[in-house]
Design a protein around this ligand. Structure first.
Ligand code: ADP
Ligand code: MG
Length: 722
C-alpha cells in the first residue's frame, strides 16, 4: 500500500538527514553575525546620528526622519558586504503570521548600467499593497494601501537563503489614517504606557534616574516534529495544521518516557542547526528539551525586551519551520495537532525592569526593595483580577480552544499562583493593616525583609495559568502558534492601569511627604488584597472543585473563542486601551472582527477538509474492505460454510454512519451570516460537534479496516517513527 512505501522511504532509524560542519565555526561565535546591531551602527554611523538612534531605541519612538538617509546608506553598504541583493520590509499582520515584501537594491541608469540604491525614504516607509491582509473593516478597498515603517527598536538583519541574501527590516504596519494594522504598533504604544506609569512609582521610592522601564519576555515555544512523508500523506495537517482524524495510538504519553528524555540524533541535528541560524540573527536561544508528548519538543530563548522578544519569537517560528524541512521533517506549531496527547503552548515569562534597578519583580533582600516589589506585585494581582477576561480574550483562537482546559494546559479561568511564602506575605499585609499591632511575624512594609522566595523550579505549580516563578510571572495560557504580541500588549496595558491607580493613591496619601510612604503602601496594598485577593489560587487548577470554587469567587470562565472575543469590545475594555493610547475604539473593533473572521475561516477549512477526506480517502477504503469481506462470505457460502459476518456488519453500519455524518456536516457550512459573531457561534456549537461525530466514525473504521487499505499515516507512526 501507499503507506508501506512511505514507511520504507522514512527508514525510521533516527539518523540525521542533514549535517553541517559545526567545527568550522563555533556557534557562539556566530551570535549576531547577521544583525545590524547597535554595535555595528556605532561603528558605521557618525557619532551624533548613532546617539539620536540610540535614544529612539530606548524610548520606543519612531526614528527622526532627518537621519534616515545616512542610516539607510550605512545599512545598505553593510548588507551588500554580507551578500544581500534585496531588502524586505517585514511586518506582522493580524493573522499572527510574519509577512514580507521584497525589493531589489537595483536601480538601472540610462546608460544601461545598474547601481545599488536604498534611500532613507525606503527605509522608514514602504508601501505594501495591503488589501489582502485582514483589517476587520478598518481599511476600505478605496484606501487599500497601508505603509510599513522601520521599528528602530528591532534591528535589521540579513536572512540567508541558498541562492541569495535579503536585508530584512522589522516594521510597523499602519493605515494611511494612522491606525495600527499589525501586531507591532500596539506593543510599542503599550511599552510607553507601562514606562510612564512605572516611573511614578519609582519616583515615589526615590529612583529619579528616569531610566526607561521596559517589559521583558522570555517565551517558551513548544512544537511537534513529524517526518515529511507523513505530512505529505495527511491533507488535514497540510490544510489545517492538525489531524482531523486518527485513532489513539496504543502507546501514547502514559509512560512519561519522552519528557526530558535523551534527544534523538535526527532531532538534535535539527535543533543544532536551528540554533546556529538563530544565533546569527542575534536570538539568544538557550534551552531545548523533549516535551511531554512523543514527538514534542521545546525551545526557549533568554528573555529580552518584550518588543524585541516578540519579533524574535516570530523568527524562531519561521526558522523552526524552515530548518525542519531541510531535515526532511515538518514542524507543527498548532496548539493541538494530535488528539489525546498533550498540545503545545507558549509560556510567556514576563517581567519589567530598568537600567538602574534591573528586574522590578525581583523581591530582593532589603525592606525598601521589598516594599517597591510588593507594590508592583500588587499591581499585577489587581490587574489580572480586574481584567482576567482580557487575558482570556487575547489567547482565544480556534486552535487554542482545543487546549485550554483540557487538563494539560491551564483552564480558561484566569488565576494567579503566588506560592506559599508570597501568599503568606499578603495575608500578613491583610491582617497587619487591620490591627496595626505587632503580632509576631506580622509583615510591616519597609521594616521587615521578605523571606527568601524560592527561585527554583522545585515546588512550582504547573497547573496555574499565571504563576509567579521567583522573579517573574509566567503566563501559560498562550498558544504555541500565537504571536506573543496580544498577551504582551494586554499585560503591559492592564498593569499600566493598575500601576497608575496605585501611584495616584500613593501620591494622594503621601502628599509628597516621603516619610508617609510606608504607611501609605501598607494601606493601599491592604485595599488591593482585600478587593482582588480572590484571583490568587495556589491549588490544582485542573480539578472540578476549582471550576466550582472559581465560579463562587466570580472569576470568568469563558470556554470558547466566541465567548471570549466579545470582551475586546466591552465598554470598560475599550476605555482601558484608549485611555493608555494603546488601541483606539476603532482599532479594537477591527481586531475583534478580524479575529472572529479568522476563527470562522479556520473552522470552515477544517470542516471542508474533513468532508473531503472522509469522502475520498476513508469512504473508499471502507467500501473496499466491505467488498473484500462480502466476497469472502460469498465464497464461504459456495463451500457450504458460514462466513464470518459480524465484521462485515460493523463495517457496513459504520459506512452508513459516515455517509450520514458527512452529509450532516456539509449541510451546516457555507451559510454566510451577516454577522461574524453569529457565524462563529454556529461554527462553535454546531459545526465542531458535527466534525467530532464524523471523526468518531472514521476513528472506529481505522480500528477495523484492513491495515493495507488504510492510506492515512496512523498516530502511532507519526508520533513515534523518525
Ligand atoms: P521553565 O521551563 O522552568 O519554565 P525555562 O528555562 O524553559 O523555564 O524558561 C524560562 C524563561 O523565563 C526563559 O526564557 C528565561 O529567560 C525567562 N526569564 C527569566 N527571567 C525573566 C525576566 N525577568 N523577564 C522575563 N523573562 C524571564
Ligand atoms: Mg521550559
Amino acid at each position: 500500500s501507499g503507506r508501506s512505501k512511505l514507511l520504507a522511504a522514512i527508514n525510521g532509524n533516527g539518523a540525521p538527514r542533514a549535517t553541517l560542519d559545526y567545527k568550522e565555526k563555533n556557534s557562539i561565535d556566530l551570535f549576531g553575525e547577521n544583525v545590524f546591531s547597535m554595535a555595528v551602527m556605532k561603528k558605521r554611523l557618525p557619532k551624533d546620528i548613532y546617539k539620536s538612534l540610540a535614544r529612539t531605541v530606548e524610548n520606543f519612538c519612531l526614528m527622526d526622519a532627518s537621519i534616515a538617509d545616512v542610516v539607510a546608506n550605512a545599512m545598505k553598504d553593510w548588507a551588500i558586504q554580507k551578500g544581500a541583493s534585496h531588502y524586505a520590509h517585514v511586518f506582522f499582520p493580524l493573522t499572527g503570521a510574519t509577512a514580507e515584501k521584497h525589493d531589489s537594491f537595483l536601480a538601472p541608469d540610462l546608460a544601461g548600467n545598474a547601481i545599488a540604491e536604498f534611500s532613507g525614504k525606503t527605509l522608514i516607509q514602504g508601501e505594501p499593497d495591503a488589501s489582502s491582509f485582514p483589517s476587520g473593516g478598518l481599511r476600505q478597498t478605496f484606501e487599500a494601501r497601508g505603509y510599513t515603517a522601520w521599528d528602530v527598536t528591532s534591528p535589521a538583519y540579513i536572512m540567508e537563503s541558498p541562492n541569495g541574501a535579503t536585508l530584512c527590516i522589522p516594521t510597523a504596519f499602519v493605515s494611511w489614517t494612522g491606525e495600527a494594522l499589525d501586531k507591532k504598533t500596539p506593543i510599542l504604544r503599550s511599552m510607553q504606557a507601562l514606562n510612564k506609569q512605572a516611573q511614578r512609582i519609582l519616583r515615589l521610592f526615590g529612583d529619579h534616574s528616569d531610566k526607561i522601564v521596559s517589559a521583558t519576555c522570555g517565551p517558551e515555544q513548544e512544537y511537534f516534529l513529524i517526518d515529511k512523508h507523513f505530512h505529505s500523506a495527511r491533507p488535514d495537517i497540510q490544510a489545517t495544521g492538525r489531524t482531523l482524524f486518527g485513532a489513539p495510538s496504543p502507546k501514547g504519553q502514559q509512560f512519561d518516557d519522552h519528557y526530558f528524555g535523551a534527544i534523538q540524533d535526527r532531532v538534535l541535528a535539527f535543533m543544532f542547526e536551528v540554533e546556529r541560524e538563530l544565533y546569527k540573527l542575534g536570538i539568544p536561544v538557550k534551552t531545548r528539551h523533549n516535551e511531554v508528548a512523543p514527538g514534542q519538543y521545546e525551545v526557549a530563548p533568554v528573555f529580552e525586551t518584550a518588543n524585541l522578544a516578540t519579533d524574535h519569537q516570530q523568527l524562531i517560528m519561521v526558522m523552526l519551520k524552515k530548518i525542519a524541512k531541510k531535515h526532511g521533517m515538518e514542524c507543527l506549531l498548532h496548539e493541538k495537532p494530535f488528539a489525546g496527547v498533550n498540545g503545545s503552548g507558549k509560556h510567556c515569562n514576563y517581567s519589567f525592569g530598568n537600567a538602574s534597578q534591573g528586574n522590578l519583580l525581583d523581591p530582593g533582600k532589603t525592606p525598601h526593595e521589598n516594599a517597591q516589589f510588593l507594590v508592583f506585585c500588587a499591581a499585577i494581582i489587581r490587574g489580572v483580577h480586574k481584567y482576567a477576561k482580557v487575558l482570556r480574550a487575547v489567547v482565544a483562537s480556534a486552535a487554542n480552544d482545543h487546549r485550554l482546559g483540557a487538563n494539560e494546559a491551564p483552564p480558561a479561568i484566569l488565576s494567579i499562583f503566588l506560592g506559599d511564602q508570597l501568599t503568606d506575605v499578603f495575608e500578613q499585609i491583610k491582617k497587619g493593616g487591620a490591627t496595626s499591632s505587632k503580632e509576631p511575624g506580622t509583615m510591616k512594609i519597609g521594616v521587615d525583609a521578605l523571606p527568601d522566595l524560592p527561585k527554583d523550579a522545585g515546588d512550582r505549580n504547573r497547573t496555574s495559568p499565571f504563576a509567579f516563578t521567583g522573579n517573574r510571572f509566567e503566563f501559560r495560557a498562550v498558544g504555541s502558534d500565537q504571536s506573543i504580541s496580544g498577551p504582551i500588549v494586554a499585560m503591559n496595558t492592564i498593569f499600566a492601569e493598575s500601576i497608575d491607580y496605585i501611584a495616584t493613591e500613593l501620591e494622594k496619601e503621601t502628599g509628597g511627604d516621603p516619610s508617609k510612604l510606608n504607611a501609605a503602601v501598607q494601606k493601599v496594598l491592604k485595599k488591593i488584597i482585600d478587593k482582588h485577593g480572590a484571583i490568587i489560587f495556589n491549588g490544582d487548577n485542573y480539578t472540578d472543585a476549582w471550576q466550582k470554587e472559581a465560579a463562587k469567587r466570580g472569576l470568568p470562565n469563558m470556554k470558547t473563542t466566541p465567548e471570549a472575543l466579545p470582551v475586546l469590545i466591552e465598554d470598560d475594555v475599550i476605555a482601558l486601551f484608549s485611555k493608555y493610547g494603546v488601541l483606539s475604539e476603532k482599532e479594537m473593533k477591527s481586531r475583534y472582527e478580524t479575529y472572529l473572521e479568522q476563527y470562522n475561516l479556520k473552522i470552515e477549512v477544517e470542516a471542508k477538509t474533513a468532508i473531503e477526506m472522509a469522502r475520498t480517502i476513508v469512504y473508499p477504503a471502507a467500501v473496499r474492505y466491505q467488498t473484500e469481506l462480502a466476497e469472502s462470505c460469498l465464497k464461504m457460502k459456495g463451500l457450504n460454510m458460514t462466513g464470518e459476518t459480524s465484521v462485515l456488519k460493523t463495517v457496513t453500519g459504520l459506512i452508513k454512519e459516515l455517509k450520514a455524518g458527512v452529509e450532516a456536516l456539509e449541510a451546516l457550512i457555507g451559510h454566510k451570516k451577516s454577522d461574524n459573531l453569529a457565524e462563529a457561534k454556529v461554527y462553535c456549537k454546531k459545526v465542531l460537534p458535527a466534525m467530532a461525530t464524523v471523526r468518531q466514525v472514521v476513528d472506529k473504521l481505522e480500528g477495523v479496516v484492513a491495515d493495507d487499505l488504510w492510506s492515512l499515516p496512523t498516530y502511532q507512526e507519526m508520533l513515534f517513527i523518525r
